[in-house]
Write a protein of this length. Structure first.
Lengths: 507, 367
């Protein structure tokens, strides 16, 4: 576990300071990561983790401070310099060319000459060796877009290792993985560490920190507030350090009191843009006063199911009923009028217009409502008053409804969406990935709001790839695999059982 | 990549950056002028003198600017919905037909102020109609609006030539143009406006359509930032997926936006057709539709910016004419080069200096 104290640390950050205008993103950060260890960095969104890692990887320049790699002062002015210093980075959003093969992606940028032939054959040998050394099996000729996400991530790791990385930075690596894939990743990371590589893991998932890291640092508001040996700390302590106050990690909720059926889905089949069947003959009900969770690995049809229910995608066949009334094929404006609230999976892509002011986003989808202006005109004062009330009630920060939405943090952006959809008091709330990229404090808040909706007698349909979230919020869990609902379970079902179902192995 | 998301205050984004771009464009133009053996300083003086030195020059400058305001607004409205309307040129051309028909029908019977609203509506309807088919093809069939509007420029040009040569031509005349409108079919000159500032308009064709253009700026501003339709247009342009999520109907919004855009382009015809030459002529648009793209880009699709950019291009047009008259070495083509440089720096390279400015701002701005 503990590294040998005699060796020079792999990374030393000394007095790193970085300001963006008025924002002090990193305040005098000191960080030491021992060689051959896994070091976790946790913190809420906006705590400065990404900035710090971007400085280490050469995307930003620190205003002050210095970096030592393996005991040597190193100036990292761009990512090339980082790579030659032996630092590799696996980004949250993969940087792969989707229609290239694994091999082509690995050698991208280090082809070694104008002609590909020699570079390719050398890379093939090198990949074989890396595979053998670290158990990173991937077919070098597979096309990236045909690989599951877990394997794509492996390609990212291979890319870094191929470039000679001794230090590997992983930014939120498990966000897109199944529990099994995440476990596999952790095994790989363990092997890498045992072979002497140094790993920096950025995450907001405390469980992962506890499961895999040797040491952990907590960042809050640009400062490094604590560093602990993982074996000597607890989830509760870390959460408190991150947020700066005590947090409830489990959602407190009483038993559900389901009543009338609000949403009925009958034999629904949905195809994607290419005509591939993504949702295959799915039927279920959601009643008032219950949370129905849909668990599954990303890409098993949950997104398309949500889009069909919320009027964004026309289903190929089957029926959707709201309050017993057929609403199949209605657009989202009509569904909203019937009492649908929709917190979409991807707030950047769908739920918000990032270039708009906050108050403009707080009416998105409801802008035709007379309360925001009679006739054709928009009543800006009404919009802004409305936005201010939501900002106050949902503690959206900074409390400025004229600020561009892109300038809010992820958690606050999500609160803008949540406030907009919940404040309309919908009878059916459809929620996709409500806490993706959202910090702990906001997660707690959003979870409590969703339970409050349930307790107020609303029907809530929740889709999430976070199994923890599904289990702690849902009253019933449907598991989706390959477009089908493969089973219904209660929330006290073990994670392993659900994980196997999500992988299509057991029902 | 590291500076792209850093927010800057508006006076930098909308004031300093366009200004710097303009300065660089003029500096490079100066080098070009110097290369062909003329003094850049003299050239600038002549250009400004010609464009702004007297009432007549100003009249011509504002006459050109009027064209560019209309086409700039046309491009801007479409741009807010994420649609790149390259067809303002053709829509303006066809709009001229609507305006001319109104004048031809009414000028015998009524004074100009009765004809004017009919001409305005006629120009707008004809311009909008010319945008309808590309809009429909985009909305329903996904045919790219850039391609279809370009094609409609050609179709419109051919159609107008046909109509002017075969249908609207005055029998017995050689010129492919309509008869000259009587006073009841013309828009009055704004000589009083120039006179207010102590100038004399002279033969410059500066006319009442300038005021219509300014009025349309207000209308467009209200439309885009104060109406629900404008909100939907901006949502569609900024994030089409969010527009679907919000239940904003794509087909309807695209078609309405393009009709408004085409209508604004069509209204540009009022200026040359009713205001200047008092007849419909072949190729009266003369590229103003394309200049409108540059004007809209430079004006950041905001009416105020569009007015300023349109006046700038008016200065370049009018001053350029004066310059090529006084400095024979600087031909009309040289003026086009200078305009091209302005478009290049103000439009295509609008963020050229942003990273530098961000760095300076972070160091010396609000601490």
């Amino acid at each position: 576990m503990s590294p040998t104290p005699t060796a020079a640390p792999a990374i030393e950050l000394i007095g790193i300071d970085k300001k963006f205008g008025a924002v002090h993103a990193n305040k005098n950060i000191n960080l030491t990561v021992a060689k051959g260890s896994i070091h976790g960095i946790i913190g809420e969104n906006g705590a400065g983790k990404s900035t710090l890692m971007s400085i280490l990887y050469g995307f930003y320049h620190a205003d002050a401070g210095s970096i030592r790699i393996n005991g040597k002062d190193t100036v990292i002015h761009d990512s090339q310099a980082a790579i030659s210093a032996g630092i590799g980075m696996v980004h949250q959003h993969f940087m792969l060319v989707e229609n290239f093969s694994v091999l082509e992606n690995v050698i991208l940028g280090v082809e070694g000459g104008a002609l590909l032939g020699r570079g390719v054959s050398e890379a093939r040998t090198a990949l074989k060796r890396l595979e053998a050394d670290y158990g990173l099996e991937v077919d070098p000729d597979a096309i990236i877009e045909e690989l599951p996400v877990g394997l794509q991530q492996r390609v990212e790791i291979l890319k870094a290792l191929y470039r000679g990385a001794e230090i590997l930075i992983l930014d939120e690596p498990t966000g897109v993985l199944t529990p099994a894939e995440a476990d596999h990743l952790f095994k790989i990371l363990g092997v890498l560490r045992d072979q002497g590589k140094t790993i920096v893991l950025i995450t907001h998932k405390l469980r992962e920190i506890m499961a895999i890291t040797d040491t952990v640092s907590v960042m809050r508001r640009g400062e490094m507030v604590a560093t602990r040996n993982t074996s000597e700390t607890t989830v509760e302590e870390l959460a408190e350090l991150m947020v700066g106050r005590r947090v409830l990690l489990r959602v407190e909720k009483g038993p559900a009191a389901p009543s009338d059926v609000v949403l009925s889905v009958r034999n629904l089949t949905v195809k994607d843009g290419r005509g591939v069947t993504m949702v295959d003959n799915v039927s279920f009900d959601v009643r008032a006063g219950e949370v129905v969770g849909i668990a599954g690995v990303a890409g098993n049809g949950q997104s398309e199911l949500l889009e069909a229910i919320t009027g964004i995608r026309k289903p190929a066949s089957g029926e959707i009923l709201m309050h017993g009334q057929p609403v199949t094929g209605f657009d989202s404006a009509r569904l909203r009028a019937l009492g649908l609230g929709h917190i979409p999976e991807d707030r950047h892509h769908m739920g918000l217009v990032l270039g708009f002011e906050e108050n403009e986003n707080s009416i998105l989808g409801y802008h035709r409502d007379p309360r925001y202006g009679r006739g054709m005109l928009l009543d800006l004062d009404a919009c802004r008053d409305d936005a201010k009330a939501k900002i106050e009630k949902y503690d959206i920060r900074p409390p400025n409804c004229r600020l561009k939405t892109a300038n809010f943090s992820g958690g606050n952006q999500q609160k803008i969406v949540v406030a907009r959809e919940i404040e309309r008091d919908p009878s059916l709330l459809v929620v996709g990935q409500p806490t993706r990229g959202v910090d702990i404090g906001a997660i707690e808040f959003i979870h409590r709001r969703l339970i409050a909706m349930r307790d107020a007698g609303k029907a809530v349909l929740l889709v999430s790839v976070e199994l923890d979230e599904i289990r702690s919020l849902s009253d019933r869990i449907l598991v989706m695999f390959a477009g089908r609902v493969v089973g219904e379970k209660t929330p006290d079902t073990g994670e392993q059982t659900l994980g196997l179902m999500m992988a299509g192995i057991a029902a | 990549m590291s500076t792209a998301s850093v927010p800057l205050p508006n006076w930098i984004t909308y004031g300093l950056m366009p200004f710097l771009n303009l300065v660089v464009a003029f500096l490079i133009s100066g080098v070009v002028v110097w290369f062909i053996g003329e003094s850049p300083l003299d050239a600038v003086t002549l250009l400004l003198q010609g464009a702004l030195g007297n009432g007549e020059g100003i009249g011509f400058t504002l006459y050109y600017a009027t064209n560019f305001i209309f086409t700039g607004l046309s491009v801007a409205v479409a741009y807010h919905a994420g649609l790149f309307n390259i067809g303002s040129e053709g829509q303006a051309y066809v709009g001229g037909l609507g305006a001319a028909l109104a004048s031809l029908a009414l000028d015998h019977y009524v004074p100009w102020y009765v004809t004017m609203p009919f001409a305005v509506v006629g120009a707008a309807i004809f311009g909008a109609a010319w945008a309808l088919i590309p809009a429909w093809l985009q909305a329903k069939r996904g045919s790219h609006i850039v391609i279809t509007t370009i094609m409609f420029n050609f179709i419109g040009a051919a159609m107008m030539v046909y109509l002017l040569v075969h249908v609207l031509i005055v029998p017995g005349k050689m010129a492919p143009e309509t008869r000259v409108f009587l006073e009841g079919g013309q828009l009055p000159k704004l000589d009083w406006l120039i006179a207010m500032f102590g100038g004399k308009l002279g033969p410059a064709p500066f006319n009442a359509s300038f005021l219509i253009a300014l009025f349309m700026c207000v209308v467009v501003w209200v439309l885009i930032w104060r109406t629900k339709l404008g909100y939907e247009i901006r949502t569609l342009g900024a994030n089409p997926t969010a527009a679907v999520y919000a239940g904003i109907p794509y087909v309807k919004t695209v078609i309405i936006t393009m009709l408004i855009s085409g209508g604004l382009a069509g209204m540009m015809a009022l200026n040359p057709v009713l205001g200047a030459s008092a007849r419909l002529q072949v190729e009266f648009v003369g590229g103003a539709g394309f200049v409108g793209i540059a004007v809209s880009l430079m004006g950041r699709s905001h009416p105020l910016g569009i007015v300023l950019a349109a006046i700038l291009f008016g200065v370049l047009y009018q001053g350029g004419d004066a310059l090529s008259f006084d400095m024979p070495k600087i031909t009309r083509d040289m003026i086009v080069v200078i305009q091209g440089l302005v478009i290049l720096f103000a439009g295509a390279l609008e963020y050229l200096f942003r990273p530098t400015i961000v760095r300076v701002w972070q160091r010396f701005g609000k601490a």
